[in-house]
Design a protein around this ligand. Structure first.
Ligand code: PEP
Length: 250
C-alpha cells in the first residue's frame, strides 16, 4: 500500500562534477526500478546540475535543508521557492546534524515544514533520540516531541505530503544500526501517535523511513518490518553501487 521511499542524503560531500558522475551512474543502475521512490539530496551547489542529469528518469531531487522565509535579509539561507525553482521535489528538514550543530528546534522545523508545503515541496521530517536519551528511557518522549512539534498545525492533506524519517542519532554515521526490532518499535510508536492526532486511516498512509547506517547488507531486514517504509541513507548513498543495492532491497 505504501510505496517505499529510499533517499540518499549526501551531506557536505560532492563537487558538481562528482555529483554529476555519481548521479549518472546511479541513474543507469536503477533505471529498471519502478516500485520504489528514489531520491537524491545533493548539496545546494550541485542541485541544478543533478537536476539536469535526472531529467526524465525515475530519480527525484531533494535539498538537505530550507529556510522558513521566502525572501529577505537572511544571508546564506536558501528558500522554498528557490528550491522549487531549481527542480527539487523534496526537502530534508530537521536532520539531527542540523539540530545538533545549527540550533534547529522543533519550532524551526515546523516553520520550515510549513514553508516547504506552501511551495509544493515534500518535507522529509527527521526525528530521533540520542544515545543518552535512549539509555534514560526517554526515546518515546523525544520522538513524540519531535513528531508532534514538527507536524503541528498541518491539515491531513499537508501531513500526507510529508515523509517522516526515524533516525536514532546513535546510529547515524556510526556503523551501529538499530536492530529491525528496535526500528519497528519506534516506527509503530510513531504510527500510533499519528493515529491519535489524526486517525488510523491517515496514519496508515504515511511513509516512515528508517535512517542510521543503512547498508546493502541490512536494508532488506529493516525494510521487512511492517512499519518501515523506506530508508534515509547517508554514507552508503555516496557510491552509486551501494545506493543502488539498497534501492533494490527487495
Ligand atoms: C543520514 O545522514 O541521515 C544517515 C542516516 O547517515 P548514515 O547512513 O551515514 O548513518
Amino acid at each position: 500500500m505504501r510505496t517505499p521511499i529510499i533517499a540518499g542524503n549526501w551531506k557536505l560531500n560532492k563537487t558538481i562534477s562528482e555529483a554529476v558522475a555519481l548521479t549518472t551512474a546511479l541513474k543507469a543502475s536503477v533505471a529498471d526500478v519502478n516500485d520504489v521512490e528514489i531520491i537524491v539530496a545533493p548539496p545546494f551547489t550541485a542541485l541544478a546540475a543533478v537536476n539536469e542529469v535526472i531529467a526524465g528518469s525515475n530519480v527525484r531531487l531533494s535539498a538537505q535543508d530550507v529556510y522558513s522565509e521566502d525572501t529577505g535579509a537572511f544571508t546564506g539561507e536558501v528558500s522554498a521557492p528557490m528550491l522549487k525553482d531549481v527542480g527539487c521535489e523534496y526537502v530534508i528538514i530537521g536532520h539531527s546534524e542540523r539540530r545538533q550543530y545549527f540550533g534547529e528546534t522543533n519550532e524551526s522545523v515546523n516553520q520550515k515544514v510549513k514553508a516547504a508545503l506552501a511551495h509544493d515541496l515534500k518535507p522529509i521530517i527527521c526525528v530521533g533520540e540520542q544515545l543518552e536519551e535512549r539509555e534514560a528511557g526517554q526515546t518515546e518522549t523525544i520522538i513524540e516531541n519531535h513528531v508532534t512539534g514538527g507536524i503541528a498545525g498541518l491539515s491531513v492533506t499537508e501531513l500526507l505530503t510529508c515523509v517522516i524519517a526515524y533516525e536514532p542519532v546513535w546510529a547515524i554515521g556510526t556503523g551501529k544500526t538499530a536492530t529491525p526490532t528496535q526500528a519497528q518499535e519506534v516506527h509503530s510508536f510513531i504510527r500510533g501517535l499519528l493515529t491519535s492526532v489524526y486517525s488510523a486511516d491517515v496514519a496508515s498512509q504515511l511513509c516512515i523511513q528508517y535512517g542510521g547506517s543503512v547498508k546493502p547488507e541490512n536494508a532488506a531486514e529493516l525494510m521487512a518490518q511492517p512499519d518501515v517504509d523506506g530508508a534515509l541513507v547517508g554514507g552508503a548513498s555516496l557510491e552509486a553501487e551501494s545506493f543502488a543495492q539498497i534501492v533494490k532491497f527487495g
